[in-house]
Write a new protein. Structure first.
Length: 125
């Protein structure tokens, strides 16, 4: 399953893990627009990070207004990510204006879907 981008896209200086944990601990109470960060040991870091800094988000509703939500979909499920809204997407988000978000294994742009502004499918995953 996609973990928020290919190895070339994943710059640890720019994004953090905000995904699932395996530890038996409660997450920190985070203000709106942020999510609890997750350590390499798959437990909460104790810090709250901006949603736009997360590799993936649990819901597209968490993406700020100036961002789009892209669902990278495969037979294993989908990973949602908040990306800056392309300038070419003046109104509705579609494959024509935002299709560049679909790359690597997830290069098939399907268009809007479910709660996502754009769905990128992995035909061979």
């Amino acid at each position: 399953m996609r973990e928020g981008g290919s190895a070339e896209q994943r710059d640890p200086r720019q994004h953090v893990d905000c995904g699932e944990v395996v530890c038996d601990a409660l997450p920190p109470d985070c203000p709106p627009g942020t999510l609890p960060g997750v350590s390499d040991q798959l437990c909460w870091t104790g810090a709250c990070v901006p949603v736009i800094s997360c590799w993936t988000v649990p819901s597209c509703g968490l993406c700020p207004e100036s961002f789009i939500c892209v669902n990278y979909d495969s037979v294993f499920g989908g990973d949602r990510k908040c990306l800056p809204r392309p300038a070419a997407c003046d109104g509705e988000v579609d494959c024509e204006c935002a299709g560049d978000a679909c790359e690597g294994e997830y290069d098939l742009c399907v268009g809007p879907g479910d709660d996502a502004d754009l769905v990128c499918d992995c035909p061979n995953c």
